[in-house]
Design a protein around this ligand. Structure first.
Ligand SMILES: C[S@@+](CC[C@H](N)C(=O)[O-])C[C@H]1O[C@@H](n2cnc3c(N)ncnc32)[C@H](O)[C@@H]1O
Length: 347
C-alpha cells in the first residue's frame, strides 16, 4: 500500500474535516518519502482524509499540531526590500532557471485545478504574479482582460509584459500584504510562489479574503518545509517554507471555509518531499461572507519606509542568495536519482 500511495503522492489532496478543539487542530506531517503519519504529538482528536485518484484513506490520529517555527529564524530574503533586490537579478533568468526545476507547466495546471477557473468571465487577481508564468495557466480558462497581475518587482512585471497571451491583462505594482483592490472585488485570488517572501503571511491571506467576492475562491500555491536536516538548514536561511498545517491555519484564521490542500511536486521527485518543495502545495478556501476578514491584526511586521542598515541588508541579501543556490542543485540531484534508480523503487 505504501508504494501505491507513493505513486499517487503527487496528486494527493489533503481535506480538512476537523472537530474544533480549544487545544489545537489535527494535521499530517509533510514528509512523504515514507508517507509518515504517526510522529505527531498528542493534542486533540482530528479526522483527516487523504485522497488520490486511486486511494482514499481516512486517518483519525490521536493527536497533532506542530508548532510554528519561531519568527527569529534567519530567512534572510523573507523581507520586502531583500526580495525586491533578489528579483532585480533573478528576473533576468527566472523563466529559464526556476521554472524547469521547480515549477513546470504540468505542475502549474495541476495546482490551478482546485481554483475552479470555470468561466472566461471571472475576475481574477494574480498576486506576486512575477513574470506571468502562472498567469499563462490562468488565461487558458479566463479572458485575459479580466485578469490583473500584481507584483512588487517592476523587473519581474517587465517580463510578463513581453508575453503575447498576457497583453490584455492589467499589470500593476503593489504589495501582497496591502492590496490596492477594493473589498469584494474578485471572483478568484491566485498567488503562486510568493508567500515565502512575505514578512507577514497571515496578513497577505487576510488581504486575499478581503478582495474576494462572497463565494469567491483563493488559491495559494507555495513551498513546503523540508524534513531533511541539510535542506532544512538552507531553506530556513533563504526564506519561509511553511508547514502544511501553517497554511491551513492561516486560511482558517482569515475566515475561509472549505479549506483544502493539494500536494504538488515535480514528477521526477516521485513524491519525495523531505527536501521541501519550492512549489509544494496548492491551498484553497472559499469566502463565506462579504466584507473584510473577521481577523484583526496589529501593525505590519516590516515597515518598508524605515531606513535599513546597508551592511546588514547586504549581508542578508548575500547569505540568502547563497542559501537559495542549494535549491538550484536539489532538483538536479533528484532528476539524476530518478534516472538511476529503477522505476517503482523509492528514491
Ligand atoms: C517565485 S516568484 C513567482 C512568480 C509567479 N507567480 C510564478 O508563478 O512564476 C515570486 C514573486 O513574488 C513577488 N513578491 C515577493 N514579495 C511580494 C510582495 N510583498 N508583494 C507582491 N509581490 C511580491 C516577487 O517579486 C516575485 O515576482
Amino acid at each position: 500500500m505504501a508504494s501505491s500511495l507513493l505513486n499517487g503522492a503527487e496528486n494527493l489532496t489533503l481535506i480538512r474535516n476537523i472537530t474544533p478543539s480549544p487545544k489545537g487542530l489535527g494535521f499530517l506531517r509533510s514528509d512523504l518519502n515514507g508517507i509518515k503519519f504517526s510522529k505527531l504529538k498528542s493534542v486533540t482528536h482530528a479526522k483527516i482524509s487523504i485522497k488520490s485518484t486511486k486511494h482514499r484513506i481516512t486517518h483519525i490520529p490521536r493527536c497533532s499540531i506542530s508548532t510554528s517555527r519561531p519568527a527569529s529564524q534567519l530567512r534572510f530574503i523573507q523581507h520586502k526590500k531583500e526580495a525586491f533586490w533578489f528579483y532585480r537579478f533573478l528576473s533576468i533568468v527566472y523563466d529559464h532557471v526556476i521554472n524547469p526545476g521547480h515549477w513546470t507547466e504540468d505542475m502549474r495546471d495541476d495546482a490551478l485545478e482546485p481554483a475552479d477557473l470555470n468561466s472566461p468571465d471571472l475576475t481574477v487577481v494574480d498576486v506576486g504574479g512575477g513574470t506571468g508564468f502562472t498567469t499563462l495557466g490562468i488565461v487558458k480558462h479566463v479572458d485575459a482582460k479580466n485578469v490583473t497581475i500584481l507584483d512588487q518587482s517592476p523587473h519581474q512585471l517587465a517580463k510578463a509584459k513581453e508575453k503575447e497571451p498576457l497583453k490584455e491583462c492589467k499589470i500593476i505594482e503593489g504589495d501582497a500584504e496591502d492590496l490596492s483592490f477594493e473589498t469584494d472585488y474578485a471572483d478568484r485570488y491566485i498567488s503562486a510562489g510568493s508567500i515565502e517572501y512575505w514578512p507577514d503571511p497571515q496578513r497577505g491571506i487576510k488581504e486575499a479574503y478581503r478582495v474576494l467576492k462572497l463565494g469567491g475562491k483563493a488559491c495559494l500555491i507555495g513551498p513546503v518545509h523540508p524534513t531533511f536536516w541539510l535542506s532544512r538548514f538552507f531553506a530556513d536561511a533563504w526564506m519561509l517554507f511553511p508547514k502544511e498545517e501553517e497554511y491551513i491555519d492561516w486560511f482558517e484564521k482569515a475566515g475561509f471555509k472549505d479549506v483544502q490542500l493539494k500536494r504538488i511536486g515535480p514528477k521526477w521527485y516521485r513524491g519525495v518531499r523531505r527536501h521541501g518543495l519550492i512549489m509544494g502545495c496548492s491551498v484553497t478556501g472559499v469566502k463565506p461572507a462579504s466584507g473584510d476578514s473577521p481577523l484583526q491584526l496589529g501593525p505590519k511586521e516590516e515597515d518598508v519606509s524605515k531606513p535599513v542598515n546597508p551592511v546588514v541588508f547586504f549581508m542578508r541579501f548575500l547569505l540568502g542568495a547563497m542559501a537559495a543556490t542549494y535549491y538550484v542543485l536539489v532538483p538536479i540531484y533528484m532528476w539524476l536519482k530518478d534516472q538511476i534508480v529503477p522505476k517503482g523503487q523509492p528514491i
